[in-house]
Design a protein around this ligand. Structure first.
Ligand code: PRX
Length: 656
């Protein structure tokens, strides 16, 4: 198997039409229907979304104005009153869905739980009341640092119910990373668990929370609400820490949903950029609700009887939009799994598909490549015939992995949706519609109706077919991020100025290169900035460099991505040491652990290369392009005339 090379994508010519039977029963059945929707939306996006908002969502009060656009500030459904938790729960309770499974949860040790819409509503109301009792008010930010258990979704919905924006921090992040995020968001309370089960081990989350809050280092946090999961012994700080099961007992299940303004902040989610510390991406209520609702319905071709499973973690945007909010707003059954495939149970995933009769399965290319490695005998020994639709997200999928997914998991009968989007976009931007779009392995195909996507040069001119360029969106959409929390200027600089606005046309650009082929299909080529994508996780090279230089031994560090067969990319760090330190295996190990402590295991460098110097331009800028070549074992490509000291390259090559 080859890694996802651009070459393999460039040579890809196969096309897969939607299976006739699928198309016949689909919500959107043909390209003609897609084009009709696309053209109507493009002609008047506000009218298109306004119509859907009226039809698909519950409003306490209708909006006055569908879109206010003063670039780069968009306001959708201005003056409307709405609540996302109401749309995900209450409105289903007056229908037969009241007793339909909302969440099916499978724990890693094999325990499981199903919550109907009525049961989920009850627990959400109770937690919302507990939050209020602990002093959380509308507008207060709540940190959520949880394993993949139902209470993670309950916590998010409880926050949405009372208008407290949540900031979910992935449970794999370290105490340091958690503390930075809690401080940046000024969080008042943290919801966590004693721990979670992952790969046959316990992840001790509460210990990390204790470390993050040590010495009052996140002073805005007054209370910690702790869900019991692993039952390991933990410290409970008197006055600060509270067991959820204790408070739940006395909590009323009556908690009317707060009437929120459309543009009230719904959540903050931190993500890595090419510069500085992670950015708090801000999403607001109504537009996010509508866009995740409609994209879930059309892209997954959601039917009432589907058992839908997205394998992401709620710590990422995929978990927010497509485990919790999009599916529940549609009244779907969403499956949550606590763990990951592990050596002791390599076919855990396929066992779950069989056990619950999963019909829609949505995962990341890195997982698919790991499944390939584990062997096709595993899925083949399970009955996967319930599956009708497959999806992928997070990084470009190499055609080889796409074909394996299509044949071995999909039995050649399931369409595959390759969805391109970002934390910032809130929902799918480029994606096939499975009953309409003929797919090409490795292509995210076409924009969702209402999304005006293009591939442009730095001046904002559309590039020719099959020319590489910057992937941009040229009109606001309901679930676009509104700002970087606490730093509007950074929002403007990061997303709206890379390609200069011209003649009133603004270009949203968030870091990906792409090309469009002669049939109008988009092919996302990956990041063109200093962001790398390791196993579907987005990491800023600068964040890892900052972590490394915070170690006393490190004078300077440069981090690049190196192609990896399974993870897509791996972290390679070039490090120069302070003069009183010498390179050794022990130091390499220590530095890797240091990055884990500072950020989390997802950022652990695969390789550290010690060197006396780094290749720099005459003005002192590290030439990462050359380091990328070196890390990948490639020939040095492109211009090296600006290099200050050519001998550095030879030395690095010698050491490689
Ligand atoms: O580079 C693109 C890649 O993931 C980045 C967004 O990462 P994040 O905000 O963490 O969200 C991940 C889940 C939406 C993008 O800038 N990416 C995401 N989906 C795809 C992709 N690259 C290629 N094809 C995709 N389908």
């Amino acid at each position: 198997m080859t890694s996802p090379t651009i070459e393999s994508i460039l040579q890809e010519k196969r096309t897969f039409a939607p299976p006739a039977e699928f198309a016949e029963n689909a919500r959107i059945k043909s390209m003609a229907e897609y084009r009709e929707l696309y053209d109507r939306a493009a002609a008047d996006p506000a009218a298109f979304w306004g119509e859907l908002a009226e039809k698909e969502l519950h409003w306490f009060e209708k909006w006055d104005k569908t879109l206010e656009w003063e670039p780069p500030v968009a306001k959708w459904f201005v003056g409307g009153k709405i609540n996302l938790s109401y749309n995900c729960l209450d409105r289903h309770l007056t229908t037969w869905r009241k007793n339909k499974a909302a969440l099916i949860w499978e724990g890693e040790p094999g325990d499981s739980r199903t919550l109907t819409y009525a049961q989920l509503h009850r627990e959400v109301c109770q937690m919302a009341n507990v939050l209020k009792q602990l002093g959380v008010k509308k507008g207060d930010v709540v940190g959520i640092y949880m394993p993949m258990i139902p209470e993670a979704a309950i916590a998010m919905l409880a926050c949405a119910r009372i208008g407290a924006p949540h900031s979910v921090v992935f449970g794999g992040f370290s105490a340091e990373a958690l503390r930075d995020r809690l401080n940046d968001a000024n969080a008042k309370l943290v919801i966590t668990a004693d721990g979670g089960f992952r790969k046959d081990a316990i992840v001790s989350l509460k210990i990390q929370v204790d470390k993050a809050l040590e010495n009052n280092a996140a002073s805005s946090v007054d209370n910690v609400l702790v869900v019991e999961r692993t039952k390991e012994k933990i410290h409970m700080e008197p006055g600060r820490d509270h067991w959820w099961h204790d408070l739940q007992q006395g909590a009323s299940a009556d908690c009317p949903a707060e009437e929120m303004d459309s543009e009230d902040m719904l959540f903050i989610l931190y993500t890595s950029g090419s510069t500085g510390k992670p950015k708090g991406v801000v999403h607001t209520t109504a537009g996010y609700n509508l866009y995740t609702h409609v994209t879930t319905q059309w892209t997954f071709d959601l039917q009432e009887t589907d058992v839908y499973w997205c394998t992401a973690d709620v710590g990422w945007i995929t978990g927010h939009s497509y485990i919790v909010y999009g599916p529940l707003s549609n009244g779907a059954t969403s499956l949550m799994y606590e763990g990951a495939p592990r050596p002791s149970k390599p076919d855990a995933i396929w066992e779950i598909v069989e056990k619950y009769g999963v019909t829609i399965f949505y995962t990341a290319p890195t997982a698919i490549r790991a499944f390939i490695k584990a062997g096709e005998h595993l899925p083949k020994s399970r009955n996967l015939s319930s599956l009708r639709l497959l999806g992928t997200v997070g990084e470009p999928i190499n055609p080889e992995a796409w074909m394996w997914y299509h044949k071995v998991i999909g039995g050649e009968r399931c369409p595959i949706i390759d969805t391109w989007w970002q934390t910032e976009t809130g929902g799918f931007m480029l994606t096939p519609l499975p009953g309409a779009t003929a797919t090409k392995p490795g292509s995210a195909t076409h924009p969702f109706p209402g999304i005006l996507a293009d591939v442009v040069d730095l001046e904002g001119n559309s590039v020719e077919d099959n020319q590489g360029g910057y992937l941009v969106i040229k009109h606001p959409w309901p679930s676009m991020m509104r700002t970087v929390y606490g730093d509007f200027d950074r929002f403007r600089r990061s997303y709206w100025e890379h390609i200069s606005p011209k003649d009133g046309q603004y270009f949203y650009f968030a870091g990906d290169g792409a090309r469009r082929d002669e049939d109008g299909y988009f092919w996302v080529m990956g990041r063109v900035d200093d962001v790398i994508n390791v196993a579907g996780h987005r990491l800023g090279t600068m964040e890892i460099e900052s972590a490394l230089v915070s170690h006393p031994a490190v004078a300077e560090a440069a981090v690049v991505g190196k192609p990896d067969e399974v993870k897509g990319q791996n972290v390679v760090a070039f490090v120069t040491l302070e003069s009183d330190y010498t390179a050794s295996d022990a130091l390499e190990k220590e530095l890797k652990q240091h990055v884990v402590d500072e950020i989390g295991a997802i950022a652990r460098p695969g390789e550290i290369r010690f060197s006396d110097d780094l290749p720099k331009t005459r003005s002192g800028k590290i030439m990462r392009r050359l380091l990328r070549n070196l890390a990948s074992g490639e020939e040095i490509s492109g211009d090296t005339s600006t290099l200050q000291d050519r001998s550095v390259l030879d030395k690095l090559r010698g050491g490689a």
